[in-house]
Design a protein around this ligand. Structure first.
Ligand code: AQP
Length: 341
């Protein structure tokens, strides 16, 4: 049966890329599937975090899910560190994954930078923890942005190697031919890779030192307007066909953002704005972004003002998540040959 899992790191500055690449899809999927949406705090500490700020941002990400329309009763909203199966399964999968596989991960190379010797071991094995996040629930579908594609492929490789390595034991314990499903990435829509507003070759990112490079979900209308109006563009008018966006990354990015926020295609956007100047298009984009994001930001602020209520939602979610993950982890321990209590 289909089951959706996805996570967002509580590393501050939740932005339009996180929203359009992931959170907006969480909202759509909740109507059809059982969904688990996780604040992946254990991933966040793979790079240094201020403890008080981490506590605040864990609640803020949960608030962003809810404010965007994810129903905490229907779906399971929780934070990773409250469900010990993630860490336990990650260890077992660390022994399945190969060093050569991890050495190919581009995100580690980017995040570790030049001083790789000094990166945390956690940052290196991050993709294995991500595989454990998904496989602990035997999730079948994972809505993510384009940047997570390689990690999803690794999760599929790990699932397959585990199934192969332990095939005899899996069959002996009555699980048939495969224990873990192959999780499918869901990377869809007009904005699977939202780019920086200052540089069309860089992804919009929480850690970009320039706040003008991203629209934060908590930005007010004035900030959104200022950032969109200042967004880098080129001097040509907008094309009338999507083919004309090729080699124009900044234009393509803004058209993609408009399409994703408006729930229309890029061609629809160009039907309305093709041939026109950027200034008119930017005005319309400001209006759309403020209409869509304004209420989300306001609701996030309201929700985080009551941390007790958010903690209750996270605690309830963790219990429900644990009830799914615990039997799966017990089965994995049997398959591996561990003696259980
Ligand atoms: N620019 C983006 N466009 C589309 N999707 C994006 N995502 C992130 N950036 C973009 C998607 O958002 C989800 C949560 O991401 P994350 O918080 O787990 O980590 P990240 O990808 O490392 O996010 P950032 O903003 O880029 O953080 P830093 O600056 O720390 O590296 C994922 O589904 C991701 O694909």
């Amino acid at each position: 049966q289909p089951r959706v899992f996805s996570g967002v790191q509580p590393t501050g500055n939740l932005h339009l890329g996180n929203y359009l690449g992931a959170i907006i899809k969480f909202v759509a999927l909740q109507h059809e599937h059982e969904c688990l949406y996780c604040v992946v705090d254990m991933h966040a500490i793979t790079v240094p975090q201020d403890p008080q700020e981490l506590t605040r941002t864990i609640r803020e990400v949960a608030a962003a899910f809810i404010a965007s329309g994810v129903d905490p009763k229907k779906n399971i909203i929780f934070n990773q560190s409250q469900v010990s199966a993630h860490a336990e399964l990650a260890w077992i999968l660390n022994c399945t994954a190969r060093i050569g596989w991890l050495n190919r991960m581009t995100q580690f190379k980017e995040k570790a930078g030049k001083d790789r010797e000094n990166a945390s071991v956690g940052l290196y094995v991050y993709p294995v923890l991500m595989a454990a996040d998904i496989l602990a629930y035997k999730a079948t579908h994972v809505p993510v942005g384009e940047d997570q594609k390689q990690h999803l492929e690794l999760a599929r490789d790990i699932a397959q190697k585990f199934n192969n390595d332990f095939s005899a034991s899996i069959a002996r314990h009555g699980y048939g031919e495969a224990f873990f499903p192959q999780p499918e990435p869901l990377i869809q829509g007009a904005a699977t890779r939202v780019m920086s507003l200052r540089d069309g070759s860089k992804k919009m990112s929480k850690s970009d030192p320039s706040d003008a490079s991203r629209i934060n979900l908590t930005d007010d209308a004035d900030a959104i307007a200022a950032k969109v109006r200042k967004a880098k563009t080129d001097p040509e008018p907008l094309p009338s066909e999507t083919a004309g966006l090729e080699a124009r990354p900044e234009a393509e990015n803004l058209v993609g953002i408009y399409a994703a926020l408006g729930g229309i295609s890029k061609q629809d956007v160009l039907n309305d704005f093709g041939g026109g100047q950027f200034s008119a298009f930017k005005n319309a984009l400001v209006e759309l972004a403020v209409t869509k994001l304004g209420p989300i930001g306001a609701e996030m602020k309201r929700l985080v003002a009551d941390p007790g209520s958010i903690d209750k939602i996270l605690g309830d979610g963790a219990e429900r998540a644990d009830a799914i993950a615990r039997p799966n982890l017990a089965a994995v321990k049997d398959i591996v040959g561990f003696v259980r209590r």
